[in-house]
Write a protein that binds this ligand. Structure first.
Ligand code: NAD
Length: 491
């Protein structure tokens, strides 16, 4: 369904467990040839494909129609990010991360250890509905660069972007079965977890835990990118107009359906009134899309997933019954055809309320007051989640020091969300926000089976037969004495 108009976009048959098994088998057969290409050959193919994707006239209309987001977010966030990720991983950073890495052991000067990065085989990428491109095809890029084949299972709410990309993959002459898309629901996802060699999952904690359990039983690696309750700490010396503008954008972009969004603001008491007033003024400026004019310029689009609207409404009702105050928005959807919710600001929120603790993932921003900076940090860290966050202060050094004490995978100083575009650096969740990483060379190497080959060094290798004779059977008491002498001096 098109969430902005309620119209039917398409009907897509769901892949059965058998379809998924067969897709994985085809991927496994095709992968060795892709894995045997040089890095440069794979990189060239992926860059060409990403260029083609960027210029494709149908991609963005499909993405917008199935997600309900404004064109700006589809193009300037999803597509731009995808192109940048491909540029980064297919360039020097990818080549360096994946080339053999030679290390020289301290104890055995006659040896060298060569670290080799092999593809793992078939990586199952399981995506959510909020980013049909950025957390679906784009998440296949790193595994593909490493030489893996990918079977991608998009969300049943937004499968059309991924299916369109699979069609382009075939028509653009990309290697068959190296990227396959299996649309379907949780059963198709579970079948993928049962058969792939590794899983890269983005979605909810509940599903993440199920996937981790199966992966644990199969002993396959998983990367889990889950939800967050990312705090924005606003200190008394912050640039308040800038902070308020950022709070409103990072809370309400894509109607709040953004994993690293600002889920709660914690503001120092001394500036809380002024900051709140500025946020209310910012919200009043937002242009909201409607079902009658879905193409009109708008900042706030539709909610992709109808049950998410009920969850937000329930959080608002619960918080207000406990004393929170609606400062902006708060009304139920007025537009019957589309899934629209007004951006809502809540004041007088206490850290104990559900809205301050549980992920919202919708257009609702609670503002919490803290007596001072240390209290703000304590409230921020008192969470089961740790995905992202930001610290705002006129003193950048102080803010950076506080950022280091925030328990999160990735934190911005005097900015928001931009960390997702810093693809050079790893980004992932701590605590219950996930396992493993996306971005940076660190993430790339997760998709590799790492093998160490220890071999003789060219010049000192002649020592190996001598050492091999004296350090193994038959054990010799005099050699042990020499080893002991060495140990005592070394350590
Ligand atoms: P979800 O867990 O409901 O679904 C995600 C995917 O998992 C879907 O494709 C779904 O069909 C599939 N799935 C469902 N059951 C499965 C099973 N048993 N085995 C395998 N796959 C299964 O999540 P969602 O509602 O689509 O996404 C919203 C969540 O995603 C939010 O919590 C959000 O914070 C999180 N998210 C996190 C990031 C990040 O980078 N950390 C990015 C985007 C979204």
């Amino acid at each position: 369904m098109n969430p902005a108009t309620g119209a039917l976009c398409a009907e897509v048959p769901a892949a059965s467990a058998d379809d998924v098994t067969q897709a994985v088998a085809r991927a496994r057969q095709a992968q060795p040839a892709w894995g045997a290409l040089t890095f440069r050959e794979r990189a060239r193919a992926l860059r060409r494909f990403s260029h083609r994707l960027m210029l494709d006239p149908d991609l963005l209309p499909i993405l917008i129609s199935e997600s309900g987001k404004p064109r700006f977010e589809a193009e300037a966030i999803e597509l731009f990010y995808t192109c940048e990720l491909v540029r980064f991983y297919t360039g020097r950073a990818g080549r360096r991360a994946l080339r053999d890495d030679v290390r020289h052991p301290f104890l055995f000067a006659n040896k060298r250890a060569r670290v080799v990065y092999h593809p793992r085989g078939v990586v199952g990428v399981i995506g959510p509905w909020n980013w049909p491109l950025l957390n679906n095809f784009a998440d296949a890029v790193a595994p593909l660069v490493c030489g893996n084949a990918v079977v991608l299972k998009p969300s049943p709410l937004t499968p059309l972007t991924s299916l369109h990309i699979a069609k382009l993959w075939a028509t653009e002459g990309m290697p068959a079965d190296i990227l396959q898309v299996v649309p379907g629901d949780g059963d198709a996802g579970a079948a993928l977890v049962d058969h792939a060699d590794m899983i890269f999952f983005t979605g909810s904690q509940a599903t993440g835990r199920k996937i981790a359990a199966t992966a644990g039983a199969r002993l396959i690696p998983v990367v889990l990118e889950l939800g967050g309750k990312s705090p924005m700490i606003v200190l008394r010396d912050a640039d308040l107009p800038r902070a308020a503008h950022a709070a409103v954008w990072s809370a309400f972009a894509h109607s709040g359906q953004v994993c690293i969004r600002t889920e709660r603001v914690i503001v120092e008491d001394a500036v809380a009134d002024e900051f709140t007033r500025l946020c209310v003024a910012e919200v009043s400026q937002l242009r909201r899309a409607t079902a009658d004019a879905p193409g009109a310029p708008a900042d706030i689009g539709a909610m992709t997933f109808p049950p998410q609207m009920a969850h937000v409404a329930q959080q608002i009702a619960e918080a207000t019954s406990q004393g929170a105050r609606v400062l902006a928005g708060g009304q139920p959807a007025s537009d019957k055809a589309g899934n629209f919710l007004a951006p809502t600001l809540l004041g007088d929120v206490t850290p104990a309320m559900g809205v301050a603790r549980d992920e919202t993932f919708g257009p609702l921003l609670p503002i919490i007051r803290a007596p001072d900076a240390e209290a703000a940090l304590r409230i921020a860290n008192d969470s089961a989640l740790g995905l992202s966050g930001s610290v705002w202060s006129g003193n950048a050094t102080r803010a950076a020091a506080m950022a280091r004490r925030l328990e999160a995978g990735s934190v911005c100083v005097n900015d928001v969300l931009v960390n997702y575009f810093c693809v050079e650096a790893p980004l992932g969740g701590v605590k219950a926000s996930g396992l493993g990483l996306r971005h940076g060379p660190e993430a790339l190497r997760q998709f590799c089976r790492i093998e160490t080959v220890v071999e003789d060094r060219a010049l000192l290798g002649f020592l190996s037969p001598f050492l091999g004779r004296h350090l193994t059977f038959p054990y010799n008491a005099r050699v042990l004495k020499v080893i002991r002498w060495f140990m005592r001096r070394l350590y």
